[in-house]
Design a protein around this ligand. Structure first.
Ligand SMILES: [Zn+2]
Length: 74
């Protein structure tokens, strides 16, 4: 399994847990699009959908990118 680099503070919402988009259990983790998702769930999804863009169903469009790493810091 490929491990995502999500060290940036943007991936952790200390104010609240929301249902994970993939497993529906509460999580403080957020994707780059602000989507609530466990890091391990995102890694698992990437592994199972190696070529697929990520489409969010429902009334919010979080874009079509796959879960990805933080950009390198200088
Ligand atoms: Zn999850």
């Amino acid at each position: 399994m490929s491990v995502l680099d999500w060290h940036d503070a943007q991936h952790f919402d200390r104010t609240r847990d929301l249902p994970c988009a993939l497993c529906a259990r509460p999580t403080p983790m957020r994707s780059h699009h602000g989507e609530p998702v466990h890091k391990v769930c995102a890694e698992d999804w990437n592994d199972q959908h190696p070529e697929a863009p990520r489409h969010r169903r429902g009334n919010r469009d979080h874009g079509t990118g796959r879960f990805h790493n933080d950009p390198p810091k200088k």
